[in-house]
Design a protein around this ligand. Structure first.
Ligand SMILES: [Zn+2]
Length: 257
């Protein structure tokens, strides 16, 4: 008997090939030049990987459940089926605001299924954390892993602020759709974050115990289903640090969700 590290239930077998990031984020990579980027958690190595999409980490039940969230992410972000009810119910308003670095475009999403999108992002982080753990590394310190796992397993999704989720959209789809960053640890303004990118989007989860800055809580995926998404060129994002000053400025101007 094994114990699934996600649901903590006993199982005879773990799912053999769990994606660290879901398939839809890789789809463009498969038929173009390989640009999977694995930023090792100690951040001393950034290497292009040919393998490492899959790991044996969670049980069949957890795998099937996480596929539901992966599918939701694919539907609303992967732009595969505009007729799907999950997509049709979302209202997206394109906006722009003036900052010291120029006009910043962003979109305000409403009626997002908070529960599914949050669980999609957390599942990517938790799976990757468990894969790192097999190699003696980690993405989350133990107390944050346990707390995020608890939030992930909780069917009542109301907590948007313990580990806030930010999403950035890359505007240069041609060059970014085949770019994948596996989740890695980063520091933003003294706050620990886990970041990953794929399918033309960058995701950032704040994992510190500190109070989150107001510019984070204003743009984060909100339990009400509201989300502010900044639109950036990959050139301006670098290792994503440059998003911060723009966020600080722009957050002051966001209308109330
Ligand atoms: Zn499980």
């Amino acid at each position: 008997m094994k114990k699934c590290p996600l649901c903590e239930k006993d199982t005879t077998t773990l799912h053999r090939r769990s994606h660290l990031l879901p398939e839809w984020m890789y789809s463009e990579v498969y038929d173009s030049r390989h640009k999977l980027i694995n930023v090792k958690v100690d951040r001393r190595h950034v290497n292009k990987k040919q393998k490492g999409y899959y790991e044996t980490i969670i049980c069949e039940t957890c795998e099937i459940e996480s596929q539901v969230y992966d599918r939701y992410g694919s539907l609303i972000l992967g732009n595969k089926n505009a007729q799907a009810p999950e997509v049709a119910s979302i209202v997206v308003a394109q906006r722009s605001g003036h900052t010291s670095t120029g006009d910043q475009h962003y979109s305000h999403w409403q009626n997002v299924d908070f529960c599914k999108l949050q669980k999609f992002v957390y599942a990517c982080v938790l799976r990757s954390h468990l894969a790192e753990q097999k190699e003696g590394n980690y993405l989350l310190v133990d107390k944050h892993f346990k707390r995020m796992r608890e939030l992930y397993r909780n069917p009542q999704c109301k907590d948007d602020s313990t580990y806030p989720v930010q999403v950035v959209k890359f505007i240069d789809a041609d060059t970014t759709k085949n770019l994948i960053y596996l989740p890695f640890r980063n520091k933003i303004d003294g706050h620990s974050v886990v970041e990953f990118a794929g399918g033309g989007y960058m995701f950032r989860v704040f994992v510190s115990s500190h109070r989150k800055p107001s510019h984070v809580t204003e743009v984060m995926l909100n339990a009400s289903g509201s989300l502010y998404m900044l639109h950036f060129s990959i050139k301006d994002v670098g290792t994503f640090k440059s998003t911060l000053p723009v966020l600080v400025e722009l957050a002051k101007k966001f209308p109330d969700p």
